[in-house]
Design a protein around this ligand. Structure first.
Ligand code: SF4
Length: 88
């Protein structure tokens, strides 16, 4: 059977975010730089799992991956639905 991965998860490492802001520009539905100048995830109602990952839809994944790759300090982690980290 086709084991297509349908859900992806994203997590941010706020401690190392340097407020470059490129994630918000590339994926404004998912990332926002808050009043503290640190990035937050717009979770759209989903709760983070035990590891702090929040689910994103497959539609958002392309933008999320571009945002993660644009982050100069690799503060954006992306995992598949099994929790296997796929970036960085
Ligand atoms: S691109 Fe990276 S450093 Fe810049 S705001 Fe986003 S998470 Fe923070």
């Amino acid at each position: 059977m086709d084991q297509e991965v349908k859900k992806f998860k994203v997590k941010i490492l706020r401690d190392i975010c340097i407020t470059a802001g490129s994630c918000e520009i590339l994926s404004p539905k998912v990332f926002k730089v808050d009043e503290e100048g640190k990035v937050t995830i717009l979770d759209q109602g989903t709760q983070p799992d035990d590891s702090g990952f929040i689910e994103v839809t497959k539609d958002e994944l392309k933008n999320v991956m571009e945002a993660a790759k644009s982050c100069p300090v690799l503060a954006i982690l992306v995992a598949d639905e099994n929790g296997k980290q796929i970036y960085p």
